[in-house]
Design a protein around this ligand. Structure first.
Ligand code: C2E
Ligand code: MG
Ligand code: MG
Ligand code: MG
Length: 278
């Protein structure tokens, strides 16, 4: 903010930053309250095996059930939480919630993927915290997947390989999220100790309508397989996209076409009624 003000010298900027600062303060106290008042929810979105149509797990996506604003999506508070250091509390909440759901799930095993912010990678205490949570929950660690974005991993000033190796010793699965939108070199990619590659939605969208998009998608799937990874595609909205992914040999699919993110009780009934389609 200050840098901007010095550069432009414009008054309008300081007025804007004042408003922004007030909004941040309001959001900060509301978010604090949200955690105390149980206003956070994990919505679950199904992940299906493309070949068999079977449910292989789900991704937990955070929602804030705000008393006045209704359902608030993560874009409206995750970046803020990252900026102000509150993300570690949210991440801890989500990890505990995911492990609770896995431990209590009435229908046998369920695997959950949790999104981890770049800021969390530098939080040494989070590592110890997660180890304690896993131990206390008695959940097999491989049922938990941590999703880390490609750009977050590559832009970190620490060695991503060392960071991921540390997490791996906990026995959890690791996935690279939003793959294709960051800038990992192939040399790095080969060294990253991960299990799954999630192709960003931008490569899936309308892939059936443009031959060049299809070729790119197929190349990414092959790249993932040649690295020995399971390849997931996110954001599938149409049958044509699903067909293209099947042709490209993708392993796991996720998107509105197959199932939206749902509140836990809705997900559980969806799950018991789900019949593999092929
Ligand atoms: P992401 O991890 O890449 O999650 C995928 C996003 O795409 C989710 O948005 C999901 O609802 C949405 N999506 C799924 N299928 C479709 C589809 O077919 N079409 C379209 N248009 N969108 C689809 P959401 O839930 O709004 O989350 C956005 C981002 O916020 C996530 O991207 C993730 O980066 C972040 N996020 C969500 N929950 C958490 C959390 O608990 N912790 C952290 N650190 N970040 C989170
Ligand atoms: Mg994700
Ligand atoms: Mg993603
Ligand atoms: Mg994303």
């Amino acid at each position: 903010y200050d840098a901007k003000r010095q550069k432009t010298g414009l008054r309008v900027f300081s007025a804007m930053t004042e408003v922004a600062r007030q909004q941040d303060l309001t959001l900060a106290s509301q978010l604090q309250q949200a955690m105390q008042e149980n206003e956070l929810r994990a919505y679950l979105q199904p992940k299906l095996c493309l070949r068999s149509g079977e449910l292989v797990g789900c991704e937990a996506l955070i929602r804030w059930v705000h008393p006045e604003r209704g359902l608030v999506p993560p874009v409206e508070f995750i970046p803020f939480a990252e900026r102000t250091g509150r993300i570690s509390q949210l991440t801890r909440w989500m990890l505990a919630e995911a492990l609770r759901l896995m431990a209590e799930c009435p229908l046998g095993t369920l695997s959950i993927a949790v999104n981890i912010s770049t800021h969390d990678l530098h939080d040494r205490e989070l590592f110890d915290h997660l180890r304690d949570l896993l131990w206390a929950s008695h959940v097999e660690p491989q049922r938990l997947t941590l999703e880390l974005t490609e750009s977050g991993l590559m832009d970190s000033d620490q060695d991503p390989v060392a960071l991921l190796q540390g997490l791996r010793t906990l026995g959890v699965r690791l996935a690279i999220d939003d793959f294709g939108t960051g800038h990992s070199s192939l040399a790095y990619l080969q060294r990253l100790p991960v299990d799954e590659l999630k192709i960003d939605r931008s490569f899936v969208s309308n892939v059936d309508l443009e031959p060049r998009s299809y070729e790119l998608l197929e190349t990414i799937v092959r790249l993932g397989h040649s690295l020995g990874l399971s390849v997931t595609a996110e954001g599938i909205e149409r049958e044509g996209e699903l067909d293209a992914l099947r042709r490209a040999g993708c392993d796991v699919v996720q998107g509105y076409l197959l199932g939206r993110p749902m509140p836990v009780d809705k997900f559980m009934s969806w799950r018991s009624e789900h019949k593999p389609r092929s």
